[in-house]
Design a protein around this ligand. Structure first.
Ligand code: ATP
Ligand code: MG
Length: 287
């Protein structure tokens, strides 16, 4: 039975509670939606629960000894129950924090590894997917026989994204793709995210680089200590005083339009929790 039209290709996270072991409660009732074809961003400081949220969606929590205590994750109208293989088969694919490429393997073998979890199996499909990734990331074609660990951080990020694309995602989960990259490379990664989305893949983008994330996304949520503090259209969040002060830093310029070319996607030095007055005009997800 096909899902109702409004749920087709939609990710719906509802009231998710996640813990690690007995003592660490990482998410306290997080809800968010990624409609088909959209880019939704999740912002938040260190330890806010951003990666935990993506792990819960991709079914990789168990690898980190985490468990979903309550709440649900649905994609395309089907409940995902924390099984990574099923999530990938459903078209939900994660690019983990820190890239996690296989450094000793060649670029090409890393890409092949991405194909393993997908529903498509023939050699012809593998080649077609690989060639598509090579077209999108020419540097990966140039380095195809090189050990992946020898590439730069930005190139490794491209490989991690290329590997995820090999699984044919309908929804791509990106965990801090800009982390540790120089500004020009951050801009290139942002362009690639836009291209991938334009080709029809929905994106849930976790970032500490709020300027980049708000420019790319349609909507965004701000996570703070495991809860959604703010949710709204990205343009509204980018214009909100508190978000500008706490997450965008001084050099961001005029809202979510075009950041200063010399300081693309500048982040503030620290990203403290969002609290206090001044935020009530923005929609809060949890009432
Ligand atoms: N494997 C784990 N075992 C125990 N606690 C964990 C584990 N992973 C994360 N946590 C805890 O869960 C909370 C949320 O962590 P998470 O990694 O999701 O945050 P984050 O927003 O991704 O942070 P960062 O920006 O630093 O990547 C933190 O308190 C963290 O210490
Ligand atoms: Mg993280």
């Amino acid at each position: 039975m096909s899902p109702p039209e409004t749920e087709a290709g939609t990710l719906r996270v509802s009231d998710l509670h996640v813990s690690y072991g007995r003592s660490v409660q990482a998410l306290h009732g997080v809800s968010l939606t990624v409609p088909q074809g959209r880019i939704v961003a999740v912002l938040g400081s260190n330890g806010a629960g951003k990666s935990t949220l993506l792990r819960a969606v991709s079914g990789t929590l168990a690898l980190h000894r985490g468990t979903v205590d309550s709440g649900t994750v649905h994609f395309d109208g089907v409940r995902l129950r924390g099984d990574a293989t099923r999530s990938v088969a459903a078209g939900v694919v994660q690019v983990p924090e820190g890239r996690r490429i296989f450094g000793a393997l060649s670029v090409e073998d890393n890409l092949k590894a991405g194909f393993l979890g997908s529903a498509r199996r023939s050699r012809a499909e593998l080649r077609a997917d690989r060639d598509r990734v090579f077209t999108q990331f020419p540097v990966l074609a140039e380095r195809r026989r090189q050990a992946a660990g020898l590439m730069s951080g930005g190139e490794q990020q491209m490989l991690a994204m290329g590997r995820a694309l090999m699984a044919g995602p309908r929804l791509l989960l990106l965990d801090e793709p800009s982390l540790g990259l120089a500004p020009l490379m951050v801009r290139r990664i942002a362009e690639i995210i836009r291209e991938i989305n334009a080709q029809g893949t929905s994106i849930l983008l976790v970032e500490q680089n709020a300027a980049m994330a708000l420019e790319l996304s349609d909507r965004a949520s701000v996570l703070d200590v495991g809860q959604v503090r703010l949710e709204g259209a990205s343009a509204d969040l980018a214009a909100a005083d508190e978000v500008r002060r706490l997450y965008l830093g001084e050099s961001y310029g005029t809202g979510c339009g075009a950041p200063d070319a010399d300081a693309p996607y500048a982040t503030s030095a620290s990203t403290p929790a969002v609290t206090g007055p001044g935020l009530t005009e923005l929609g809060r997800w949890n009432g």
